[in-house]
Write a new protein. Structure first.
Length: 135
């Protein structure tokens, strides 16, 4: 299993749930409980978000709350929405919290994902040399 980012929606899966969520976030966006959904979706996935996700150097998956809890029952108390980093052995690490998602916009979310992924990259051993190679 490759390393993966799990963008977990605070909404249940299914067509009916999706339609109800669309109506809720349209009619009463302030009370809609899934900021991740509101940031990344209108009627469908926002084009700029889709392009961003496709450009990531890591796999991304988008489970709904019920799917996530079925796969990771120990995480039921974790506030959602949230983003987790799933390591190759299956271990989960928090990546972006519900509080962070609730206080950002789409460009901010994309910047946060990018900066956190960059921070995970190992530093080059011995540093990198630039220039012509002449000392």
């Amino acid at each position: 299993m490759p390393e993966t980012l799990l963008f977990v929606y605070n909404a249940n899966a299914g067509l009916l749930n999706g339609m109800l969520d669309l109506v809720h976030k349209t009619l009463s966006p302030r009370t809609y409980p899934c900021s991740l959904c509101a940031l990344t979706y209108g009627v469908s996935m926002r084009p700029e978000w889709k392009s961003f996700i496709e450009s990531l150097p890591i796999e991304a998956r988008f489970p709904h709350r019920d799917e996530f809890w079925a796969a990771f029952p120990a995480q039921r108390q974790q506030p959602l929405p949230a983003v987790f980093r799933q390591l190759p052995g299956g271990e989960l690490q928090p990546f972006i919290t519900a509080a962070e998602l609730n206080h950002t916009n789409l460009p901010g979310l994309m910047q946060l994902v990018s900066s956190r992924l960059s921070a995970l990259q190992p530093e080059p051993v011995g540093g990198e040399l630039s220039g012509s190679g002449n000392f």
